[in-house]
Design a protein around this ligand. Structure first.
Ligand SMILES: *[C@@H]1O[C@H](CO)[C@@H](O)[C@H](O)[C@H]1NC(C)=O
Ligand SMILES: *[C@@H]1O[C@H](CO)[C@@H](O)[C@H](O)[C@H]1NC(C)=O
Length: 412
């Protein structure tokens, strides 16, 4: 009896220790976030263990999150759902149902889900719900792109899938088939999906034969650069739920390669080639971040890998070229090319390693003359907008969704 009770107490203590995480005062519904995060952390530890034992690789185990929230997107009285293939790329198409429909041309939102390019699916419940909300609230057609994922399909495969799907949709006869107004189309996405949306918006402008232009881009806590993984937000939030720095760095490295030496170099911010030093000016947070985000952090430029170890590859090898590629790091676009981009909505969260990526992009776009709506959530944490489904539903998610959708209503 006695020893049973001791074991129970010990288990309780371990659980409390495991679940308890110092969470900043500003964050609402702290216990809910701690419990949610302890699930993510347990899964991550399990995934680590599994990879170490040679059972299943880390991302393979983490995919459990995706499967756990999987739904079969279905037509109901308000939203018609079809699964289509756009030039070889799977997409889920959400259209207003009979009641909402009507004959008039509709707006369209092309949406890319998050998940660090390695996880996630447009068929997860929060994405399905968000798409339905947009259809109902905006009388819009929503295209949710099911791009291939790293590490099985590393960069640029996820980008290229998205790009092919978008280019296919933007053809006159395809837009006509869905009764979409060619003047009212936006790209959007959260986290890694925001990265893909921003990259697509940039690359479309490079196409000499592109007829239809985007009207808007809406980026939700986007990932926008890999050159400097030690921005103030990376430092401040390195242990923050639900995206600690180690996980974001893992996503970045696996987007390019499964070679662990890149992960280790990224963790020490020494993954750049000497050649990419000329690009540091585009991600220099000392000049692009307002002081209110820089705070007391002292800038030092990333230390380029001298080739003697570090990422362990010569600077011409694919990871290094990918690091300097604006299709992976949209913040690397020059001011000249930024200036022609469509107007932008950028949502950032205070407690997010990616905060400064979004803030810097907002500042650089504005500086280049683009109309930017920057919404900063001082109580926000990474991924918050997707926590709309019980039991992991957060009030902040509903506020964010409302603001995001109302911006689209006014600007698309
Ligand atoms: C970064 O910006 C600061 C302030 O503008 C400047 O002093 C520094 O030289 C810049 N460093 C790099 C690597 O661009
Ligand atoms: C930017 O967009 C807002 C609407 O979202 C509009 O009121 C404003 O006039 C625009 N500013 C410029 C400079 O175009």
């Amino acid at each position: 009896m006695k020893s049973n009770r001791k074991i129970l107490l010990l288990l309780g203590a371990i659980t409390a220790y495991y679940v308890y995480l110092p969470i900043p005062e500003e964050i609402e519904e702290k216990w809910k976030l701690m419990i949610t995060d302890s699930f993510f952390r347990s899964l991550s530890h399990l995934a680590d263990l599994s990879e170490r034992l040679g059972l299943k690789d880390y991302m393979g185990v983490m995919m459990f999150i995706t499967f756990a929230e999987r739904v079969v997107p279905a037509t109901d009285e308000r939203v018609r759902v079809t699964e289509e293939v756009f030039d070889g790329v799977d997409v889920v198409v959400y259209e207003p149902g009979q009641q909402g429909g009507g004959r008039e041309l509709k707006r369209a939102v092309i949406y890319m889900h998050g998940g660090g390019w390695c996880l996630g699916s447009s068929r997860m419940e929060p994405y399905d719900l968000l798409a339905r909300t947009m259809v109902s609230e905006l009388n819009a057609v929503v295209i949710s792109v099911e791009y291939r994922l790293a590490p099985a399909h590393p960069f640029p495969a996820p980008f290229e899938d998205v790009y092919r799907g978008v280019r296919f949709f933007l053809q006159g006869h395809v837009l006509a088939r869905y009764a979409v107004d060619p003047g009212r189309i936006a790209v959007s996405g959260d986290s890694a999906g925001g990265n893909l949306a921003a990259a697509v918006a940039q690359q479309l402008l490079q196409e000499p034969d592109q007829q239809v232009a985007l009207k808007a881009q809406a980026l939700l806590y986007p990932v926008l650069q890999v050159l400097d993984l030690n921005t103030p937000s990376y430092q401040q939030n390195q242990a923050m739920p639900i995206l600690p720095k180690t996980l974001m760095v893992r996503f970045w490295s696996e987007y390019f390669t499964s070679d662990k030496t890149l992960f280790r170099a990224m963790m020490t911010n020494s993954h750049n080639s000497p050649e990419s030093a000329v690009l540091f000016k585009f991600v220099n947070w000392s000049s692009h971040l307002p002081e209110s985000y820089r705070r007391a952090y002292r800038y030092s430029a990333p230390r380029p890998d001298s080739g003697g170890g570090g990422a362990g590859s010569p600077s011409s090898s694919p990871p290094f070229r990918a690091i300097a590629d604006p299709r992976a790091s949209p913040l690397l676009a020059s001011d000249g090319s930024l200036s022609t981009l469509p107007k932008a909505y950028i949502l950032t969260c205070e407690f997010d390693v990616l905060r400064d990526d979004g803030v810097m992009y907002a500042m650089r776009l504005r500086g280049a003359g683009v109309n930017v709506t920057h919404r900063h959530y001082s109580a926000g944490f990474h991924g918050a907008l997707m926590f709309t489904v019980w039991p992991t539903d957060f009030q902040i998610a509903h506020r964010m969704t409302e603001d995001y959708v109302s911006w689209l209503r006014d600007n698309l």
